[in-house]
Design a protein around this ligand. Structure first.
Ligand code: AVJ
Length: 340
């Protein structure tokens, strides 16, 4: 990609070492977007905060901690599938691929894929796309561990990251979207997202997506209501972030984590419940709001899928399903697809 295109997209490039570069939008533009989005979503009759704002440094750490909880099966189930993926994936890797990862976080599971790719190619270029700054640290440690790895990170939303990598070069991409982060999107958003990915894919690109499956309600409920209350901390942390970055005065003691499974919608819904009537000021969003006792601020949807739903999603967005792999409990699916 030429310099001018990166600049056009409003990125600053940071060359850390010769095998590690990352691009991120300027700090001011990030804060402005955050302030504006919070302003509009907290003004709606049904107040909400987008889940993408969970992931400041502390939030990303808390999410990593969630992944170590016994109740949070999605991490364990997907890891189980990835640990035995080498033999299954290698037949599709006759070309030399770039690895593009949406929502890479701390890139722990990615290592399993990087290992597989290095079985079939000598050099690898990895493009992690993540809204969280944690990318810096994880990318550095990857570069230390893999000699022939070149990392080009994009610290931004998936959408912006995809714009960024589109037409990077002609090499085939293995595009991954793990952890069922896709589950944050509702049906229309999800369809648009898959179509966007499909449109930018070349005919020899591969798409690997991890999706959480419908299952016993108690298992689902416990995964988002863990006994150590880490998920509660993760949820409440977004208020702390708004305090720190937008100068707000949320008192975290006045809110409670609330997560329920809505069977009809097939999703976990997460909220912050106001424990009293209270007013909040968010100076950088130029906003004051009042919350009544028990009023809910919606913070996340986490959709759970049936196999037939997954198949119709893929079909509708022009993907051919090559493989669908499951963990031993059939809690989670990893789907390999290509453009039709
Ligand atoms: C990262 C969106 C897949 O929905 O399970 C974990 C985030 N929220 N616990 C999920 C999350 C509460 C997670 N995703």
């Amino acid at each position: 990609m030429s310099k001018s295109k990166q600049e056009l997209l409003g990125y600053q490039s940071h060359l850390i070492q010769d095998n590690l570069t990352y691009f991120k939008p300027t700090r001011t533009s990030t804060t402005v977007t955050f302030a504006e989005e919070i302003r509009s979503s907290l003004q709606e009759p049904k107040k909400s905060i987008s889940p993408k704002f969970f992931y400041d440094e502390n939030g990303s750490k808390l999410f990593d901690e969630i992944c170590t909880l016994p109740e949070y099966y999605p991490y364990n189930s997907e890891t189980e599938i990835l640990q035995s993926i080498e033999k299954k994936l290698l037949p599709y890797l006759s070309n030399e691929f770039h690895l593009v990862e949406l929502g890479s976080g701390s890139s722990v599971k990615t290592r399993l894929l990087i290992d597989v790719l290095f079985k079939s190619q000598k050099h690898l270029q990895y493009f992690p796309i993540d809204i969280s700054e944690i990318l810096d640290q994880s990318a550095k440690s990857l570069c230390m561990d893999y000699e022939n790895l070149k990392v080009t990170g994009v610290v931004d939303t998936y959408e912006k990251g995809l714009d960024f990598i589109e037409h990077y070069d002609d090499k085939p991409n293995l595009i991954t979207f793990l952890g069922s982060s896709f589950g944050n999107l509702d049906h229309n958003e999800g369809m648009k997202f898959l179509q966007r990915i499909n449109t930018l894919m070349k005919s020899d690109d591969l798409f690997l997506i991890g999706l959480d499956l419908k299952k016993d309600h108690e298992v689902l409920h416990n995964a988002y209501n863990d006994s150590q209350k880490t998920t509660a901390k993760f949820n409440l942390n977004v208020l702390k972030r708004i305090n720190e970055e937008l100068g707000a005065d949320f008192n975290l003691e006045n809110f409670e984590h609330h997560a329920v499974y809505d069977e009809q919608k097939g999703r976990i819904e997460m909220y912050l419940r106001s424990l009293s009537e209270q007013s909040i000021t968010i100076p950088k969003s130029d906003l004051s709001i009042t919350l009544s006792k028990d009023e809910l601020i919606h913070t996340e949807n986490s959709h759970k899928f049936s196999i037939s739903q997954i198949e119709s999603y893929l079909k509708e967005s022009n993907f051919e399903k090559l493989e669908m792999w499951f963990d031993s409990r059939k809690y989670f699916a990893l789907v390999l697809g290509k453009k039709i």
